[in-house]
Design a protein around this ligand. Structure first.
Ligand code: PLP
Length: 406
């Protein structure tokens, strides 16, 4: 508010390049916070928005419906984990999380179980910036620590220790199991980010842990909310991260890459069972955002999903993963580096000390790369359409940036 850091004016963006007002071009390593999976200024996505704009930009979604929303809903139901066939459209990821929490609470209220009103989550998580979402972010790393006194008090299990790709470590699920067992009577739902914890620490955990959580939720009659806002649409090498563990949650949150980075839109999906439960006392779900199912956003989201599904996304993500392993992997020997980890189109360099964000970002811009580090983390999350040469420019920038830290 009073002393903002530097901000580089952007004139345009195309493909994987962000063009600054001074004419310099930066290769995009962030996909604009995980969203722009097809790159910028994509002809097919531009066309989807323009076509829809010629018909209508928006109409209210109460008592009216439209083809862009129905087409997008059908596509989502086709591709998400089995059993999720009810779709609620809302404005942003955080709101999708609010809606998911409300679905879970209203489900239990309508069953005559008002005591089931708390949530259990994992430390190291991030679920958004609104009040319901803040209350399930990591209480320390989650950016919202100062609001703790006014947030709902939920339960936190430790961050999983077992790593992605490895076995479940003995005892890793114990504390989660104990919390769930002790509090099942007052728990509406477990909420977590499947496989990849994003903004709370860029941590990749064991699929068996996630499968264990899903089984325990069923056993104790607690709903499972999977927040795939960051992981959805191929980023981890599967279309949805839940697929790594072969699970279907009761409620699924989608956002970020949903529109290919064009417009703000999110969706919360649930099963027929939960939907009927919510309405068991005769009421609808009590949420109704003004811009619900905005037609422009729905039209571009449907086109983005078609582009993804019809294109070679698995091969692209696998190639990015292999190149990130080859080019970031050796940095684990760098004196400033604690660890390098790669999963799908996500490459993470964890540093020993917190990074000096401003000078490091200046260095990256000087090297022609758009990379925004935070905390102990320098990470790459490029558009899936990035070329090997562009990706190498990013990994070289990371390497030379780390040299400035020692
Ligand atoms: C970004 C994110 C959110 C919040 O989405 P917004 O669109 O920024 O409100 C919620 N959950 C996860 C896992 C996210 O990565």
């Amino acid at each position: 508010m009073v002393d903002p850091g530097p901000a580089w004016p952007v004139a345009s963006a195309a493909g994987c390049r962000i063009r600054l007002a001074d004419g310099r071009e930066l290769v995009d390593g962030m996909s604009s916070w995980w969203c722009a999976i097809h790159g910028y200024n994509h002809p097919a996505l531009n066309e989807a928005v323009a076509d829809q704009l010629g018909r209508m930009a928006h109409v209210m979604f109460g008592g009216l419906t439209h083809e862009p929303a129905m087409a997008l809903g059908r596509r989502l139901i086709d591709i998400v984990p089995a059993g999720l066939d009810r779709v609620f459209f809302c404005d942003s990821g955080s709101v999708a999380v609010e809606v998911a929490i409300k679905m879970a609470l209203q489900y239990w209220f309508a069953q005559g179980q008002p005591r089931k009103a708390r949530l259990l989550t994992l430390r190291g998580g991030y679920h958004g910036d609104t009040f319901g979402a803040m209350a399930v972010c990591d209480p320390v790393n989650g950016m919202h620590e100062r609001f703790t006194p006014v947030l709902a008090r939920h339960l936190f299990a430790p961050r999983p220790r077992s790593r992605f790709g490895g076995p479940l470590q003995p005892g890793d699920l114990d504390e989660f199991t104990a919390l769930l067992g002790a509090h099942a009577q007052e728990l509406a739902a477990v909420i977590l980010e499947p496989i990849v914890q994003g903004a709370g620490g860029m941590w990749f955990y064991c699929a068996e842990y996630l499968a264990g959580v899903a089984a325990l939720c069923r056993e104790h009659d607690v709903l499972l909310i999977a927040d795939e806002i960051a992981t959805g649409f191929g980023r981890t090498g599967r279309l949805f991260a839940c697929e790594h563990a072969g699970i279907s949650p009761d409620i699924l949150c989608l956002g970020k890459a949903l529109t290919g980075g064009y417009l703000t839109l999110a969706a919360t999906l649930t099963s027929g069972r939960v939907a009927r439960g919510i309405s068991a006392d005769g009421g609808p779900l009590m949420h109704g955002p003004t811009f619900m199912a905005n037609p422009l956003a729905c039209a571009v989201a449907a086109r983005s999903i078609d582009l993804l599904i019809e294109g070679p996304w698995q091969a692209r993500v696998a190639a990015i993963e292999a190149q990130l392993r080859a080019e970031l992997g050796p940095l684990s020997a760098h004196p400033a580096v604690a660890e390098v980890r790669v999963l799908g189109a996500i490459g993470v360099v964890q540093t020993r000390q917190p990074v000096p964000v401003e000078p490091l970002q200046r260095h990256f811009v000087g090297a022609g790369a758009w990379i925004r580090p935070f905390g102990h983390l320098v990470y790459l999350m490029p558009p899936f359409v990035i070329s090997p040469g562009e990706l190498s420019l990013l990994t070289r920038a990371v390497a030379s940036g780390l040299d400035t830290l020692t």
